[in-house]
Design a protein around this ligand. Structure first.
Ligand code: UD1
Ligand code: UDP
Length: 385
């Protein structure tokens, strides 16, 4: 007979790992819970880097990554790998995070084995099936499968209610804010020559990332052309761009930007390096989901290089602007931030609409409540509180 509640966290990409790490650690501290970690390995190096930073060990690793993998191969390899893991471990609850194909296939596999699913970072929506692609549909489908929904914000919870979703909804805040409690340090040295060589007080550093599938091709070329124009017309700026390992991304980025000395194209950095880079930079340009949540908490203006966002809270708060994927508009908005101090200062205010650093405690409490280990439901995250 099991004496503890067995909770298995399944994740496979960099952002899931960063946002699940503090939760895995919190679950490990709960005496009534046995916490297991199953990696799909959808991202090999970028996932291992997060595991190393947070000193986490995997109990299972499906090691599915292939070069230029397709969505079908990620899904099939995850489903096939999960069968044996779930038959062996028989967890009481599976946790998945967010909107990746690991998330979807992990939840589907739990459903096939009739194991309840908890969805961390539930309820974000653009309402456009193909943007972000395939993430919008991944997240929506997992919402249908899950019975515990951990929505970061009240607006995310309202999206789920509007869909008449089954199960319990908890407003928890985003776990990424929990992760940031341990990463950003004043006295930090990067240990990456290109980053240690930067003088953040002499030049305005723009931190850039861009990797989304719907931006492959023409949109990414427009974005890179915009970055080129911005840096060439602002001699006091430097761009630091840790380039995602995806071959489709690297080909475009190096072709468009490699010849500019004030543009530093480096390999992906670890999460501590990335958070400290953002904490010291002037502004952020990105199509990443996670950066849209982290940069506002650090008081950095963000231009989002996408047509839409499922994270409207920081746009409403004024620290994030949706720039689209056309060169002209991106250059215009970046110019306003770089050339008009009033615009910059309005955007550069630290806001935390996404969390208060206590999301993991609320999620662990909610799990304990659901399984009868605790009487009270957790109080919802309140950004004003
Ligand atoms: C995936 C997620 C996306 C998330 C992003 C975070 C899906 C469909 N997409 O997209 O939601 O925003 O991760 O970064 O789940 N590669 C390596 N090493 C690594 C990681 C990737 O070599 O550590 C290369 C491989 O060639 C791989 C390719 O990058 O085939 C693309 O990786 P994949 O996970 O398919 O897509 P992402 O664009 O990373
Ligand atoms: N990140 C990192 N190293 C990098 C670039 C990003 O650690 O070189 C972190 C970033 O701080 C954030 C997460 O990775 O926590 C975001 O991941 P990504 O942009 O790959 O995915 P998304 O959030 O768009 O799904």
């Amino acid at each position: 007979m099991k004496d503890k509640l067995c909770v298995m966290s399944v994740f496979g990409t960099r952002p899931e790992a960063i946002k699940m790490a503090p939760l895995v650690m919190e679950l490990g501290r709960r005496t009534g819970i046995r916490s297991l970690c199953c990696l799909t390995g959808q991202h090999r190096q970028m996932l291992d880097s997060v595991m190393e930073v947070f000193q986490l060990k995997a109990d299972f690793d499906l090691n599915i990554m292939q070069q230029q993998q397709t969505l079908s191969s990620i899904t099939c390899r995850t489903l096939q790998g999960m069968d044996a893991v779930l038959e062996q471990a028989r967890p009481d609850l599976i946790l998945v995070h967010g909107d990746t194909t690991t998330t979807f296939a992990g939840a589907l596999s739990a459903f096939y084995h009739q194991i309840p699913v908890g969805h961390v970072e539930a309820g974000l929506r653009t309402w456009d099936k193909y943007s972000p692609f395939p993430e919008e549909m991944n997240r929506t489908l997992v919402g249908d499968i899950a019975e515990l929904h951990f929505a970061p914000t009240q607006a995310n919870a309202a999206n789920l209610r509007a869909e008449g979703i089954r199960g319990e909804i908890f407003v928890t805040g985003n776990t990424v804010i929990d992760a940031m409690k341990t990463t950003v340090r004043d006295s930090y040295r990067f240990g990456v020559p290109e980053l240690d060589a930067l003088d953040f007080s002499a030049r305005r550093v723009i931190a850039v990332t861009c990797h989304r599938r719907e931006n492959y091709g023409e949109p990414m070329e427009q974005i890179m052309a915009a970055i080129r124009q911005i840096v060439l017309t602002h001699p006091d700026t430097e761009v630091v761009y840790p380039v995602h390992f995806s071959p489709a991304v690297r080909e475009c980025v190096f072709k468009m930007l490699a010849d500019i000395p004030r543009v530093h194209l480096i390999d992906p950095v670890n999460v501590v390096q990335m958070h400290n880079l953002m904490a010291r930079c002037y502004m952020v340009m990105t199509d990443s989901g996670g950066l849209q949540e982290e940069a506002p908490a650090l008081g950095k203006p963000v231009l989002v290089l996408r047509r839409e966002t499922e994270r409207p809270e920081a746009v409403k708060a004024g620290t994030v602007k949706l720039a689209g994927v056309e060169q002209k508009q991106i250059v215009k908005l970046a110019g306003e931030i770089l050339d008009d101090p009033a615009v910059y200062h309005t955007m550069a205010k630290a806001v935390n609409p996404y969390g208060d650093g206590n999301a993991c405690g609320r999620i662990a409490d909610a799990i304990e409540w659901r399984f009868g280990l605790r009487r009270e439901k957790p109080q919802p995250f309140d950004p004003q509180g």
